[in-house]
Design a protein around this ligand. Structure first.
Ligand SMILES: Nc1nc2c(c(=O)[nH]1)N[C@H]1C(S)=C(S)[C@@H](COP(=O)(O)O)O[C@H]1N2
Ligand SMILES: [Mo]
Length: 321
């Protein structure tokens, strides 16, 4: 449900920084129980999300990693949280209220396949082990719109190290929850549920590959794929799988949800390239979400310096669809 508050687009970029959460008036007025729960170790910080009962809220906000710069404004949170692709909750962009049915605790993640030892870990136990940081990332949907988000999370390679894959592993395959009583989208039986995505081991070890557990300085909202999703900013958005419940290390290249549905349009690599059109539209420009104007799309969505080397020698592959 929407609540009356200052519109996201009235906030400066600093709104995504910790300052916004130092003193939250509503949380203070909420009483001492909330106050106590919202205090974190490093000072008088109040985290509104903690007041809403998310057990990970005390970990936010995380320190920003300044390596990752934006060429545009952060997309206002309200805009972003009300324009989502999350087909488990329906095939429109307006899934935010349906997504509230998602129960994000308890949340366990299975790790299996070619690992030293298969295991299952609770999200909150995992969060305690991972180095949380904030990163400002662009996101480019294959539908030719783009946005910019302050994600909080940890490098995918940290999770890979934790999982201890064997040297036989070639790909990481990830899977989204599939609970028919939660997502109305599962009734659309022609989709190849569950949602699956995958990356190579090299991609999983790339500095840019980020596991997201928060956005806008607090635990991840349900429409964004709570409590744990991926952000692969050099690839089309569909690679950034949401609400992950299973991570498998495999030798066979995973066939993703979209590839299964329409292999001629959505391939495994899906690296952003303005010069390779989608079969039905150009990828040369993108709409800036929340602003409406169009800007040129950049090769690898602007992240070539981090990722281009990984694709040397693979020129024969369909790297850009
Ligand atoms: N499980 C799951 N993950 C998903 C999707 C989805 O429908 N289901 N949509 C993808 C697409 S197409 C995009 S563009 C992004 C959207 O992320 P956002 O809603 O946070 O902008 O999530 C990706 N991850
Ligand atoms: Mo997308």
């Amino acid at each position: 449900m929407l609540i009356a508050r200052r519109k996201g687009w009235e906030l400066p970029e600093s709104a995504a920084t910790p300052e916004r959460f130092f003193f939250d008036r509503r949380a203070i007025l909420g009483g001492s129980a909330v106050l106590g729960g919202g205090l974190v170790a490093n000072g008088l910080r109040l985290s509104p999300a903690r007041a809403e009962g998310d057990p990970s809220a005390g970990l936010f906000p995380a320190k920003r990693n300044e390596t990752f710069k934006l060429d545009r404004d952060i997309t206002p949170e309200d805009v972003n949280a009300n324009y989502n692709n999350f087909y488990e909750f329906g095939s429109t962009k307006r899934i935010a209220s349906a997504a509230e049915a998602l129960k994000t605790r308890p949340w366990r993640i299975k790790i299996d396949g070619l690992v030293e030892k298969a295991q299952e870990i609770d999200i909150d136990d995992l969060l305690k082990k991972m180095p949380l940081e904030e990163r400002l990332y662009r996101h480019r949907c294959v539908e030719a719109w783009g946005m910019a988000i302050p994600w909080t999370g940890f490098p995918l390679k940290s999770l890979v190290e934790f999982a201890k894959p064997t040297s036989a592993a070639k790909y990481v395959r990830m899977e989204t929850f599939m609970d028919k009583s939660v997502g109305p989208g599962f009734r659309q039986f022609w989709y190849p549920w569950p949602y699956i995505e995958g990356v190579t081991m090299a991609e999983a070890h790339n500095d840019l590959a980020f596991v997201v557990v928060g956005a806008y300085g607090k635990p991840l909202g349900k429409p964004f794929g709570a409590p744990i999703r991926l952000a692969l900013p050099w690839k089309y958005g569909f690679k950034s799988i949401k609400s992950i419940v299973k991570i498998s290390f495999v030798t066979e290249r995973p066939v993703s949800f979209w590839e299964k549905l329409q292999a001629s349009e959505y391939g495994f690599w899906a690296n952003v390239n303005p010069n390779v059109p989608h079969p039905r539209w150009s990828q040369a420009t993108e709409e800036v979400l929340g602003k409406g104007n169009r800007v040129p799309t950049l090769m690898f969505n602007g992240y070539g310096e981090f990722v281009a080397d990984m694709y040397k020698g693979l020129e024969g592959e369909r790297l850009y669809t």
